[in-house]
Design a protein around this ligand. Structure first.
Ligand SMILES: *Cc1c(COP(=O)(O)O)cnc(C)c1O
Length: 356
C-alpha cells in the first residue's frame, strides 16, 4: 500500500477471482466458464471487427441493444450492454446503493466488495439452514435488494412468484435480480421489467454464451433506471464495450440454437454428475446453475480441493466458515466430469486406505 491511498480504502478487501492457470494443463472447473467455444460465426464477427479498431466503439451500443430487445421482447431503451455484468453491478451500487443494500449472507462475493468500495451500508441476510432464501426476509427492508437467481455458490433458484413478491414488496427501492446463471434452468424475471419500475435484471454472456473472455453483460429494466445507469457509464467509461465484443454479442444472439443446445448438455452433465456424487456419499444443493455445490463427510472441503489440485483438477473452495466444507464444481463436458468423478473416487479410497 502506498501512503497516497485514500484512508477509506486502506482496510478494503477486494474481490479474489478464481485462479486462471497459465502454463499448467488443468481440468478447469473453478470459474463457471462454458466448456464450449463461441460459435464459429461469433469468432468470425470479432475477426471482421478487429480491422476497424482504429475507430471507437458505438458508445450507445445501438445495434446490440436493438437485437437484445427483440430477443428478450422488451424495448431497446430498456437494455444496457456493459463490459461484463460485474460492470453493471458496480454501476447499480453507485447509482442506487444510497440508503443501503441487502443481499444474502452467502452469495456472489462481489456484492460485499462493491458495498465496501462505495461505502454503502450492507445488510447480509442469513439463509435458511439448507441455504435456501426466504423471500419474506426481503420485504420492507427500505434498502436496495440484490439477489442472484439462481444464487451463487449454492445454485438454488427462487420461483418467479417469490421474486415478484420481493419486487412488489419494495416499491420504494430498486431490486436487482442477477441472472448470471438463469439459462441453466431457472425462471427469468425479464417479463416483469415491463410491469415494475423498480426491477433491474442483470444478465451475462460469460457463462451460458461462452464469452467470459470477451466481457459482455446486460442490464434490463425500466427506461428511467437504464438512463441512470447510463449516466454512471458515461461518467466512467463511455466506450466500455469494445467493438469486437459488440459484434460478438450480436452474432451470439443469432446463434441462439447453439447456446440453447450447449446449456441443455451442461444441465444434463450437471444432473449426471450430481447423481454420481450422491452415490459417493456427497451432499449437494439442488443446483439449477452450471455448477454443483457439494460436501462429503468422508473428506473436508479444503482437503478435497487440494487433493484435486495435485491431480490436475481445479475447483473452487471458499474459506468462509458457512461454506468451507463445500466445493463449487463447474459443470464441463461429460469427459471432464468423468475425469473429475474418477479422481474424486480415487482420492476417497486413498484417504480411507490411509485411515485403516
Ligand atoms: C459470473 C457472475 C457474474 C459476473 O459475470 P461477468 O459478466 O463475467 O462480469 C455476476 N454475477 C454472478 C452471480 C456471477 O456468478
Amino acid at each position: 500500500m502506498s501512503r497516497f491511498l485514500r484512508a477509506r480504502l486502506q482496510n478494503f478487501t477486494s474481490y479474489t477471482p478464481g485462479e486462471q492457470p497459465r502454463n499448467e494443463q488443468l481440468i478447469k472447473l473453478n470459474t463457471n466458464e462454458s466448456p464450449f467455444p463461441p460459435a464459429p460465426a461469433v469468432v468470425e464477427a470479432a475477426r471482421r471487427e478487429a480491422a476497424l479498431c482504429h475507430l471507437y466503439s458505438d458508445p450507445s451500443c445501438t445495434a446490440l441493444r436493438q437485437r437484445a430487445a427483440e430477443v428478450w421482447d422488451v424495448e431497446p431503451e430498456m437494455v444496457l450492454p456493459v463490459n461484463g455484468s460485474d460492470e453493471v453491478l458496480n454501476f447499480a451500487f453507485m447509482a442506487f446503493g444510497g440508503e443501503g443494500v441487502a443481499y444474502p449472507a452467502v452469495s456472489y462475493g462481489f456484492y460485499p466488495v462493491l458495498a465496501g468500495l462505495h461505502n454503502v451500508p450492507a445488510l447480509e441476510v442469513p439463509l435458511r439452514e439448507d441455504f435456501s432464501i426466504d423471500f419474506r426476509d426481503y420485504l420492507g427492508l427500505y434498502r436496495t435488494v440484490v439477489l442472484a437467481n439462481p444464487n451463487a455458490p449454492t445454485g438454488l433458484a427462487l420461483p418467479l412468484e417469490e421474486v415478484e413478491a420481493v419486487v412488489a414488496g419494495n416499491p420504494g427501492n430498486v431490486v436487482v435480480i442477477d441472472e448470471a446463471y438463469v439459462d441453466f434452468g431457472a425462471e427469468s424475471a425479464l417479463p416483469l421489467t415491463k410491469k415494475y419500475e423498480n426491477l433491474l435484471v442483470t444478465r451475462t454472456f460469460s457463462k451460458s454464451h461462452s464469452l467470459a473472455g470477451a466481457r459482455l453483460g446486460f442490464a434490463i429494466g425500466n427506461p428511467a433506471l437504464i438512463r441512470d445507469l447510463e449516466t454512471v457509464k458515461f461518467a466512467t467509461n463511455p466506450y466500455s464495450v469494445n467493438r469486437m465484443t459488440l459484434a460478438m454479442g450480436e452474432a451470439a444472439f443469432r446463434e441462439n440454437g447453439y447456446y440453447l443446445q450447449n446449456c441443455r448438455v451442461i444441465a444434463e452433465n450437471r444432473d449426471y454428475t450430481a447423481g454420481r456424487l450422491r452415490e459417493l456419499g456427497f451432499r449437494l444443493t439442488d443446483s439449477k446453475a452450471n455448477f454443483l455445490f457439494a460436501r462429503s463427510d468422508r473428506i473436508g472441503g479444503l482437503a478435497l480441493y487440494r487433493a484435486l489440485r495435485e491431480r490436475g483438477i481445479l475447483v473452487r473452495h471458499f474459506d468462509a466458515p458457512a461454506v468451507s466444507d463445500f466445493n463449487r464444481v463447474t459443470v464441463g463436458t461429460r469427459a471432464q466430469m468423468d475425469a473429475f468423478l474418477d479422481t474424486v473416487t480415487s482420492i476417497l479410497s486413498q484417504q480411507e486406505a490411509n485411515h485403516d
